[in-house]
Design a protein around this ligand. Sequence first.
Ligand SMILES: Cc1cc2nc3c(=O)[nH]c(=O)nc-3n(C[C@H](O)[C@H](O)[C@H](O)COP(=O)(O)O)c2cc1C
Ligand SMILES: [Mn+2]
Length: 479
Amino acid sequence: MKFDSLRDYIDEINRLGELKIIEGADWNLEIGAITELVAERQGPALLFDRIKDYPAGFRVLTNAFSSVRRTALVHGLPTGLTPVETLKAWRERMEGYQPVPPVEVKDGPVKENILKGEDIDLFKFPTPKWHEHDGGRYIGTGCAVITRDPDDGWINLGCYRGVIQDRNLMTIKINLGKHGRLMMSKYHARGESCPVAVAVGQEPTLFAVAADMAIRGGVGEYEYAGWMRGAPVEVVKGEATDLPVPATAEIVIEGEIPPPPFEPLSEGPFGEWTGYTAELTQGVHPTMKVKAILHRNDPIILGVPPLKPPIPYDFAIPKKAAGVWEQIEKADIPGIKGVWFPPGFSSAAILAIAVEQQYPGHAKMAALVGSACRAGTYGGRITIVVDDDIDVSDIGELMWAVATRCKAEEVDIVRGLWTAPTDPRMDPEDRNKNLIVSSRIIINACRPWDMLKDFPPVNRFSDDYRKKTLDKWSDVITG
Ligand SMILES: Cc1cc2nc3c(=O)[nH]c(=O)nc-3n(C[C@H](O)[C@H](O)[C@H](O)COP(=O)(O)O)c2cc1C
Ligand SMILES: [Mn+2]
């Protein structure tokens, strides 16, 4: 099913009974707190209207994707699958990837209102202060930051947090190594400002692709979204930049990020995906000077405030796991039987890989590539590689394998891999130097290669014997 706008998607989830409309909440913390409490209960998506201090119709949507069914809808997958089945279904879909380029249209609803000059005012929208310790109002949470590579014209969409600093100023925390950051640095190396457009409240596949680490450099997220939805994304040219922006987006903020030194503005703190409030260095964050704001009548902010793990359902895990699986296989390592990020840590802190060992060193190769490939490394702390009899989505099984198949002295530590500055355990001096790396514990919890044949058999009946017994004694066992 294809959605042409966020409104289309809202209509569909409403029809399915997965939407609740809430009137009268305060943008200042209340929307965030209701969102957290409903997400913990795996409740519906929430559409906030008549928000305190704002006109009716200026709305905020949250928990938009926090159920298996809502996620499946966005990804064109069957509903009712378990998270692991979702991973498998997504892997199958990925095999058919063909870029579907966006089409440029002359006009679109995003241009119903065009604010320029004195009229520019980021406070026009009911941007929540999401968490109690936040240092500002983050309009960029479920957003897509659009940039163009100055060398080859490749257009990237990335979801990077953005906080309002003033009516016409916002900082965007594009971390080092992200595609948007690599592009921006090219403009800055030439002494030029980087044109940028931030879409807020876009059609759901455009959020999904903007947040997807597994989409490789050089692959345009518009093309990827076009493939996901089975039809090109419609874009219009911006008003202050010539960037293509989604024609049906609720809000698009356009402007430019001048080269460093960046404005000495504080950024954050902000409640982050690690489960902690992240206070980062002052004055090192790209700051966007806003040149135009486009918005639909009665605009809707798509809000995706990070919540403390473990969270009941995280749309990103099956996709992230599928991405790591693909990248390990692209490194020509065979026999991968499962990849997962347990248990509800979207922060990717624990990566688990199951492998059918085929030669000495095989399991370690899988662990190292999984730990170091782009889709797997960011935010990582522990990588566990296990034999393929272990269900990697079951944290209990994983820990049993660790507790019985590895030797503590054989655990490896790999230092200096790419990570997120929000890591709460990063030494402040390193963060201040922008040395944003962290170490990984690599646990090979496979039966050792040279003991494979002699390793004690697992104390559990074989699948055959269990099935036979179940068939014969089903009354006693299940009755
Ligand atoms: C709600 C949300 C907030 C995010 N905030 C940031 C952020 O502030 N900075 C950042 O670099 N990545 C952030 N990410 C992760 C990026 O969206 C992700 O790494 C994505 O792959 C970036 O796009 P790129 O691969 O094209 O660089 C966030 C993701 C989500 C879902
Ligand atoms: Mn990208």
